[in-house]
Design a protein around this ligand. Structure first.
Ligand code: AMP
Ligand code: MG
Length: 413
């Protein structure tokens, strides 16, 4: 049996970032920047006031206090978005709003709150320091500096940074197209009645949502019957995508043709991975397209998605953060592990007094997708059999995009 780590390395090691495309900012969120970006202009573009108040010469305010204020003549006013008309000469001040360009001659701003205001003059109650409450040109981004590096994940703030320097289109790694094929004679699509022995195709819908939620493009191919011609046609169709994911038909007990057809069409290995759920897994290529064959049980396919498919897709997307955060969790109930494979148990993890505590979401059958729907983590019970007491510490694998980090030490999953 393959270890989870070996399967991860073999699979993820085969994926490289896709080509790049130039898109408007609103299509770039959470995508990976494919070029260094230099700023054509400084941000802020001019010296401006950080406060509503008075632009002054700081020397004029030396020694000011509430008891002995310094009085200055107000010679003008600058709202944000206007060019200053008046200059600040010794003994004068200009009223400025937040974001207003600094008038010439001024080198500090006194907050309104530190003044007493009169129609033509202002009393300053505190001494100003040189440069106080002034935002200097280029103090955030100097002109002609490198603002963002290739490989950066464009979060909303990064998109704001690009807008702040006037960049409206940007080169990013294109979105992977991920084809999805459910296999099995027993499967029925939504809207169809259930016949004897039939179940609904649930796995494909869960996987389709997971693929879309991570910013890839799902290409749903529906259900392939256990029929050689139909399977072959659908697999070739799916192989036009950047990745083909199938569900079902890869376990040893299968009567159906999926394994036979999968392996006859390309170079495909059928693996047994030392984990539960999700032991059977197929990986290889059809028509040059990488193919990942997941087990059919809905929980097994979702766990295999988290461990192997999500990191593979993230590689295609150009991400380097592939590893789920693994955090120490305290078990709140005893449990006995009878199966020697590494177990991934669906759990809700909560912070209690600074420590993560894990509560299983209920019965853990691989067909029980409700237990996965409620989970925010997978509790990992290592290989081997043993009993765990309440209060024992193990590791929890946090689910979701937000819990992905770079792992520079190893390929731990
Ligand atoms: P298999 O991996 O094909 O041996 O399927 C394992 C179990 O998962 C069987 O009980 C199947 O009926 C079930 N199953 C297979 N595909 C799906 C699917 N797309 N949705 C829900 N259950 C499935
Ligand atoms: Mg099957």
């Amino acid at each position: 049996m393959l270890s989870v780590e070996e399967a991860f390395r073999t699979i993820v090691g085969q994926f490289r970032p896709l080509e790049t495309e130039r898109v408007p900012l609103r299509e770039a969120c959470d995508r990976v920047l494919a070029e260094d970006v230099r700023s054509p202009e400084p941000v802020p573009p001019f010296d401006n006031s950080a406060m509503d108040g008075y632009a002054v010469r700081f020397e004029d305010t030396l020694g000011a206090s509430a008891g002995a204020p310094v009085a200055l003549f107000v010679v003008g006013e600058v709202p944000a978005g206007r060019a200053p008309e008046a200059r600040v000469e010794p003994g004068t001040a200009v009223r400025v709003m937040t974001g207003a360009p600094m008038p010439e001659g001024a080198d500090a701003v006194v907050m309104r709150e530190d003044t007493r205001e009169h129609p033509d003059r202002v009393e300053v109650l505190l001494p100003a320091e040189h440069g106080e409450h002034v935002r200097r040109v280029g103090d955030d981004i100097p002109a002609d500096s490198r603002v963002l590096e290739a490989g950066t994940v464009l979060n909303p703030s990064a998109l704001g940074v690009l807008a702040s320097i006037g960049v409206g289109r940007i080169a990013v790694v294109r979105r992977p197209r991920v084809a999805l094929l459910a296999t099995g004679d027993e499967l029925v699509e939504l809207g169809q009645p259930l016949g004897p022995g039939q179940i609904r195709n649930s796995s494909a819908h869960a996987l389709e949502a997971a693929i879309a939620a991570m910013g890839a493009v799902p290409v749903p191919l529906g259900i392939a019957r256990d029929d050689r011609a139909e399977l072959t046609a659908k697999l070739h169709e799916g192989a036009r995508a950047d990745l083909l994911v199938t569900t079902g038909g890869v376990s040893v007990g299968d009567y159906d043709l999926v394994r036979e057809v999968l392996t006859s069409l390309g170079q495909l290995d059928l693996w047994r991975v030392n984990m539960q759920p999700g032991k059977p897994l197929a990986f290889g290529h059809i028509d040059g397209c990488p193919v990942l064959g997941l087990p059919g049980n809905p929980v097994s396919s979702m766990v295999a998605f988290e461990l192997f498919v999500r990191p593979a897709i993230r590689r295609l997307q150009g991400h380097t953060a592939l590893a789920h955060a693994r955090v120490p969790v305290v078990l709140d109930a005893p449990m006995t592990k009878k199966n020697a494979r590494r177990q991934y148990l669906r759990a809700v993890v909560r912070l209690v007094d600074g420590a993560f505590h894990a509560d299983l979401t209920g019965p853990q059958g691989s067909h029980m997708l409700t237990s996965m729907a409620r989970a925010n983590a997978l509790v990992i019970l290592p290989e081997g059999t043993r009993s765990y007491a309440a209060g024992d510490r193990v590791e929890g694998h946090l689910l979701g995009e937000g819990a992905l980090f770079e792992n520079r030490d190893s390929d731990a999953v």
